[in-house]
Design a protein around this ligand. Structure first.
Ligand SMILES: *Cc1c(COP(=O)(O)O)cnc(C)c1O
Length: 457
């Protein structure tokens, strides 16, 4: 097979600022070894997140310019609503400024103290918004699938036995809704099969529990279904997405992911009562129901982006280029979470730096070295992000895995950028035994990865 090329050409460019290794050494120590605190112009290849970092297409920019900025009844809203209804089939489309605003509104309407919300794995903002209503967010992923080494096609799946057990234990009255996140961002960006979505839907609906999809990467998930699940090879991504959503009662979505937008999101639901309450809250904190905290131009860019993300040539390139990075990192001796997911590569830092114990944060040590080695910015997903300090002993309660996520912005970097990353990581692999661990200089009380500072041992 020939090389799968970027299915676009470049019409506008943004210069990258080169730095030397000495400069990067100085920069990373000036921010106390936390890459979140580096200015983006000092980063060469920024793999911190795929959220809001996509390149928009010429058609999206054109849609931006011709958008309707009316306060009420904007033409751009109706385009947005039409596109979302075409894909999801949901009756009420409620625009929000981000995915988490859709979550906040949904849970404010649907959950209360003591309720339980199951999901394959809750994303951190989803969990936080559920817990904010004093309800309980429960992860029901298959235990075996949290092993970075296991090769399986749908490691994002929800464990139906666990859902059945939960229903029996607490009763359906305490479960106002159930969720599935596609792809499973908090667990390696792994996909969920159509069979698993169907079985989850049937089980929830047999107890009259609404089923909501966290749809941030719905098209990436549809592509995995097309290429990995029997019976879907000849279906279009749109048809697969429509089938996924037909089994649900609503979805939350961050348009900063699979809609190629720099901001935006939405809540789409069938329940009329929820929709009335959701729009009441929307007016309070986001805006009038036909813009919901977004400019008309954002709605237009999202509608266009949702069309483009279902293009198969794009998605083949997207998934293949992520896999190319993963395969080649393994070749240069960097162990990764397998198989490669859709939007990111997760390096297994515990395996890469076995001489650094969790107490000395191997993932954080690795992101620091990646910046020094190549000006590459990534994020630790390990004991800095998810570990806790025992208040009595001061000892670390480590996270389950010590990972580093390299998220791939959509349509931003070319193959030579990716090759550069692979070369830099190969050089880093050759000197990895000399990499030192870190300790806290200042430990932030919550969301430690954003603002904590560190020092070398
Ligand atoms: C990004 C994300 C969200 C939240 O969306 P924001 O636009 O960042 O508020 C929710 N769920 C998943 C799976 C996500 O990846």
């Amino acid at each position: 097979m020939r090389t799968i090329i970027e299915p676009f050409k470049i019409k506008m460019v943004e210069a990258l600022q080169m730095t030397t290794r000495e400069q990067r050494e100085q920069i990373i120590s000036s921010v106390d070894f936390n890459p979140f605190l580096i200015r983006s112009e000092d980063v060469l290849i920024d793999l911190l997140t795929d959220s809001g970092t996509s390149s928009m297409s010429d058609r999206q920019w054109a849609a931006l310019i011709s958008a309707d900025e009316a306060y009420a009844g904007s033409r751009s809203y109706f385009k947005f609503e039409d596109k979302i209804q075409e894909i999801t089939g949901f009756k009420h489309v409620i625009p929000t400024h981000q995915g988490r605003a859709a979550e906040r509104i949904l849970f404010s309407v649907a959950t209360k103290q003591g309720d339980i919300v199951p999901n394959n794995t809750h994303f951190d903002t989803t969990r936080a918004n559920i817990e904010f209503t004093k309800a309980i967010a429960v992860d029901l992923q298959d235990e075996a699938c949290t092993d970075p080494e296991l090769e399986a096609p749908f490691k994002g799946n929800l464990d139906l036995e666990k859902l059945r057990a939960l229903l029996e234990e607490v009763g359906p009255e305490r479960i106002p809704l159930g969720m599935i996140t596609v792809t499973n961002n908090a667990s390696g960006g792994q996909p969920v099969s159509m069979a698993n979505i169907r079985a989850t839907s049937e089980l929830l609906r047999s107890h009259d529990i609404p089923f909501i999809i966290d749809a941030c990467r719905f098209s990436e998930n549809a592509y995995f279904i097309k290429t990995r699940e029997a019976g879907y090879a000849d279906k279009s991504l749109l048809e697969i997405a429509q089938e996924m959503f037909s089994m649900a009662d609503g979805c939350t979505m961050s348009a900063k992911k699979d809609a190629f937008a720099n901001i935006g999101g939405f809540l789409a639901i069938n329940n009329d009562e929820w929709a009335v309450q959701a729009r009441t809250l929307l007016v309070l904190t986001e805006g009038f129901p036909t813009y919901g905290g977004l400019a008309g131009r954002d709605l237009a860019a999202i509608a266009q982006g949702l069309d483009e993300v279902l293009d198969e040539d794009y998605m083949q390139y997207r998934i293949r280029s992520t896999q190319y990075l993963g395969d080649n990192l393994e070749k240069v001796g960097v162990p990764i979470y397998k198989p490669t997911g859709g939007h990111a590569i997760y390096i297994n830092a515990r395996k890469f730096l076995p001489h650094i114990p969790p107490e000395h944060f191997p993932g954080q040590a690795l992101v620091v070295e990646m910046y020094i080695e190549g000006g590459i910015r990534a994020v630790e997903i390990g004991s800095v992000m998810f570990g806790k300090t025992n208040p009595d002993t001061g000892a670390l309660i480590p996270a389950k895995n010590e990972l580093v996520r390299m998220a791939i912005p959509r349509r931003v970097y070319t193959q030579s950028h990716v090759d550069y990353v692979i070369e830099a990581m190969g050089d880093l692999a050759r000197r990895k035994d000399a990499v030192q661990g870190l300790q806290f200089k200042l430990e932030a009380p919550v969301l430690r990865h954003f603002t904590s500072t560190f020092k070398r041992l």
